[in-house]
Each structure stands twice: as C-alpha cells, then as structure tokens.
Design a protein around this ligand. Structure first.
Ligand code: ARG
Length: 583
C-alpha cells in the first residue's frame, strides 16, 4: 500500500487524470477539502473551476474526470467517486480503510510521522524566561506551544532544535545590582536571598524600580552598575553570573515540572553582547543606521513600523539590537533556515521591526523564514486563584493548584488506582496544557478549572480517559485468554456505520499533523483528537466489541480500538501530554 496520506492519494488520482485530459494548465492549484462526512472523505471543486474556463457544464466536466480516474485500475478498489453539485466527492472503500488500519498497527508510534521536512533546519525558540524573575503565565503558554511545535516539526522530519533566548542582559541588571548592593549596605543578609533567590532578587528589583519612580536620579546609579558589568568589572560579573546560575537552575526545574523536552540551546541575550558592535558597524555601512536625538536608530517609517532604536542616547544597546545579532547568528553560524519565535502578541511590533531590519540588512536570505508565532494572553477569572498582587498568576501556583484538584478528582473517580499520585500529575498537566493548546493560540483565553479538568468535553483529561478506557477493554480481553487471532485485520466489507466513522477518521490523522507543521496551530490537532474520541465513544456505545460473538468481527473491532488508542497516544505525545494506561 502507498505509504502516503489519504489526501496524497486523492491528489495523485486527480492530478494524473487532469493531466491526461490536458486540463492541468487551466488550474492554479488543486483544492482538496474534507467535506461533511455524508459527502465522502474528500471533495474537490476542480470541475467547478474548470467548467468556467472551458465553458462547459460542471457536471459534464466532473463526469469526464471521474471517468478518467476510473481507468486507473490500480486504485479502483480503494476509492469510490460521485459527482454532487459539480463537486467530485471521494469515499474510501472498506479495503482502503482496512489497509490504513493495518498501517497504523504496523507503524505504531510512527503513524503520522513523515519525511516532508527532511534536510530542512528549524529553530523553535520558546520559554524565554528572564533571569532573576519568576516565570509567568505568558512563559507557560510559550513553553507549552513551543514544546508542541518542536515535537510536530521533528515528527515531520525537520532537523529541529530548540533555544530559550533567556533574558539575561540589559539595564535592568544594573538596577538589580544596585538594589542588591544597597540591600547589603543596609544590613541585609546574603543568606536570606540564597534561601529563595528568584523571588528575593525579584523583590529587590521591584522595590528599586518603585523607588526610581519617585527618585528618578537613582536610575543613573543602576546604569552605572550596568556599565561596569559591561566593562567586565569583577564584582559585578560574579554577582551577575550568580543571578544567571540560580535562574537557570530554576528554569530547569520548571522545565521538568512542565514535562517539556530538554532544550538544545540556552543562548541568552548576553551571548550576543560581543557580536553587537560589528552589527552596528555593518548597519551603518549599509546606510541603515542613523542618528536621532543622540540615539542610533533604523528609520522604518516608510514601512509604517516607526523608528527602531538600536542604541539609546546613553549608549546602551537594546533588546532589539540583541535580537538582530541573534537572527544573524542563527542564519550564519547555526545554519538555520526556519526560525520560529513563540512569544506573546504584545511583542508583535518588536518582531515586525526585527524582521524588517534583518531583511533590509540581508541577514536572512529570502528563501528562509522567520516568523513570530504569536499567542494571546491567558488569564484567570477574578478570584480563581489568589496571588500576592492579584493580577498575574505565578506558574508555580497554577501547577500546584492543578495537581491538588486533579488528585481530588482521581480520588473520587478511581480510589483504588495504583499510582494515583503520578496519574494525578499527568492529568493536571494535561488539563493545563490542553486548555492552552486547544484554543487558537492567537486568541485571548480565560482559564477555568472546571473546564480544563473536566473528564467530558474537549479537554486533556477526556482524551486521556478515552485512551485509558480503550486500554482497559484490551486488558480484559488479554486476561480472558481470548486473544486476537492475527496481528493484522482482514478486510471486511460489512462494516457498521459507527465502525466506518472511526476508520475514516483515523485516515485523516497524518495530514492533521502535517497541517500543524505548516500553520503552527496545535488546536487543529486537539480538535481532531477530540472528534476521534467522540467517534470512538459513539462506536463503543453502538456495537459490542469484546462481547461480539462473531470472532472475526470481534477481532476486527479489537484491532480498530487498538489503532484508535495508538493514534490518541501519538497525538497526545505531540501535544506534550502523557497517556496513562489506567486512570
Ligand atoms: N524574555 C522576553 C520576555 O520575557 C522574551 C524573549 C522573546 N524572544 C526574542 N527573541 N525576543 O518578554
């Protein structure tokens, strides 16, 4: 059987028929869609488009195309075709569906993987935490979405690497150094900071920033400390290295708690410090940099992107300058062709400026892509979780709360479960991650516990539960010794409707994944897995599986649910969600 997706098969059948009919030149591209299931598995509007060009009735054109495809003996028994309202609708035959079922059983974890990205390099940049600051919910979203995209791109054969671009440079570190030194001067104890460094350092920074508000002249002392740090002053360097060290340990801790893949690179903003002078010189030489009120800027007014400041009037380089250095380094040194920045949408303007400067300076070849994979803010309804300030939620609180609630639910639903603690953790993470991923990332979302943790509806726990339920059914069969006869399913043309619905859904999985690798919208995969679970549940309600008396049919159904569990597991893996065997 053809190793490609169902859509590839249809595409192949259609395009070879069109080329045999010498109609290809009339079409820019083939638009093959998944119609409402009553119309079939795929639908093409090719006849409608062509009819206008060749001035014929679409029904006539469709009939001709269908006739041409039907000549193709080798695919005759895989798909049936029908003209409806000028559309050509394709429906897979039970034979094709059974072959695909076997493909899932054979490929296992690899079902849905492809080689379409082979030979292409990509960096996914996410979880860009800031040193000496606790991560917030924005960083959580970045972590969850970025981790998913990395997994998806890898599954499509890309040479995909991850990087964090940690915020470890800039004037704020001068202010922190100043605050820390003031703290020691006024009798503060280093040990107290060491006990809980991130939140203590953050407190010092926040306190000093507030003080600067009322006494702006203090800012200069912060700037001075940063200047010393830049020049390599030993004391400041050592302190800064300490801030970075404790922060990296903290981020690694969060990474493990969040159960996201380890990072390939941890190149913070400071990594690009020594690369900036050359870039500024280069931009000047290319006539892109100009002077404005003592600052060095790139004027992007013509592109309606305002004025981009690369060096402030006090001589300090900016966040943007470091990003310009980063993008150049990624292309030239790391040989990356595709660069994805998973960052919240408040930074859209920043990335528009960055990409425009990179384009004008020719740092990114035209065939490469740099994209801001933006997302909206996630907030909690008022009062849902208490925080000190009540506005931003810390990542820590969110995860702890999720764990507590998940443990409670497991306790109610399945008190006898063996590894309750571990499962509760997997359910908690599934709830948070899936809530995030199942919404179109571009939208602002309001997190609600009941919705996220529900075992019904479009939630992570529901998908986990469906997967565990299938495993439960299969476990019983195995323990009753009534094993499935053969490894592979035999074609059965008497398929029941709910059976067909699951089989047809399973065919779509590989291209759903391929689509996420194109539009970077994981919610497409979430919706698919949810629909698959629903199809499975209707099927399971409608027909007997383990109890089916006809052993041939019983085995087929067992194979069908095995494949369904496999696809759920594969999909959940790409979302970064565990699929417990039992829950
Ligand atoms: N550290 C920044 C923040 O927390 C995000 C960095 C995004 N990435 C980048 N290349 N600018 O806001």
């Amino acid at each position: 059987m053809n190793s490609e997706t169902g859509k590839n098969l249809i595409n192949h059948l259609l395009s070879s028929a069109l080329s045999d009919l010498k109609l290809t030149s009339h079409l820019d591209s083939l638009d093959i869609k998944v119609p409402n299931s009553e119309f079939g598995d795929y639908s093409s509007n090719a006849a409608l488009v062509l009819a206008k060009k060749v001035k014929q009735n679409p029904k006539v054109v469709a009939a001709k195309i269908i006739e041409e495809i039907a000549k193709n003996e080798s695919f005759k028994d895989l798909v049936t075709m029908k003209e409806q309202g000028g559309f050509i609708n394709f429906t897979f035959t039970p034979k094709y569906l059974t072959e695909n079922l076997n493909k899932i059983l054979e490929q296992g974890d690899l079902y849905g993987c492809s080689v379409s990205g082979q030979g292409k390099t990509v960096v996914v940049e996410y979880f860009q935490n800031n040193v000496a600051k606790p991560p917030h919910v924005g960083h959580l979203r970045s972590a969850v979405i970025g981790d998913c995209l990395l997994r998806v791109l890898k599954s499509q054969g890309y040479k995909a690497v991850s990087d964090t671009h940690i915020g470890d440079w800039g004037t704020q570190f001068g202010i922190l150094l100043f605050a820390y030194k003031e703290y020691l001067k006024s009798g503060g104890d280093k040990k107290q900071i060491e006990a809980d460094p991130i939140s203590e350092l953050n407190k010092l920074y926040v306190g000093m920033s507030a003080k600067i508000e009322s006494e702006p002249e203090l800012r200069d002392q912060g700037k001075e400390e940063f200047a010393k740090l830049e020049k390599g002053d030993t004391e400041n360097r050592e302190l800064w290295q300490w801030f970075v060290r404790v922060s990296l340990a903290d981020f690694e801790n969060y990474r493990k708690i969040l159960d996201i893949l380890p990072f390939d690179h941890n190149l913070g903003e400071s990594f690009y410090e020594d690369k900036m002078p050359a870039i500024l010189a280069d931009l000047k030489q290319k006539n892109l940099l100009s002077e404005s009120e003592g600052a060095q800027v790139v004027n992007l007014e013509e592109q309606k992107l305002g004025v981009a400041v690369l060096v402030k009037s006090d001589g300090a380089t900016t966040y943007l300058t470091r990003d310009v250095a980063t993008i150049k380094y990624r292309v030239e040194e790391m040989k990356l062709e595709k660069m994805l920045y998973v960052v919240d949408n408040r930074q859209s303007h920043h990335f528009d400026q960055l990409f425009e400067i990179a384009k004008q300076a020719k740092y990114v070849p035209e065939a490469h892509t740099a994209e801001h994979v933006d997302f909206g803010f996630m907030s909690l309804p008022e009062g849902a979780i208490s925080t000190r300030k009540g506005t931003t939620i810390s990542l820590k609180n969110l995860i702890e709360e999720a764990r507590k609630r998940a443990a409670q639910i497991i306790e109610e639903k399945n008190p006898g479960l063996e590894n309750k603690q571990a499962v509760a953790e997997q359910v908690a993470l599934a709830a948070i991650k899936y809530f995030d991923l199942s919404h179109n990332r571009k939208t602002e979302i309001i997190f609600t516990w009941d919705k996220a943790l529900s075992f019904e509806g479009n939630t992570g726990p529901y998908l986990q539960y469906t997967h565990a339920r299938i495993n439960g059914i299969l476990r019983k069969v195995v323990s009753s010794e009534s094993r499935v006869e053969s490894e592979l399913a035999t074609s059965n043309s008497q398929l029941a409707t709910p059976e067909l619905a699951v089989l047809r859904k399973l065919v779509l999985y590989p291209e759903v994944v391929a689509q996420v690798a194109k539009d970077y919208l994981p919610n497409g995969l979430c919706n698919y897995l949810f629909e698959l679970s629903q199809e499975f549940n209707s099927f399971y309600q409608a027909v007997p599986v383990a109890q089916e008396q006809d052993l041939k049919i019983r085995d087929f159904r067992l194979q069908l649910i095995t494949a369904t569990a496999q696809v759920l597991r594969n999909g959940l893996y790409l979302l970064g969600i565990e699929a417990p065997e039992e829950m």
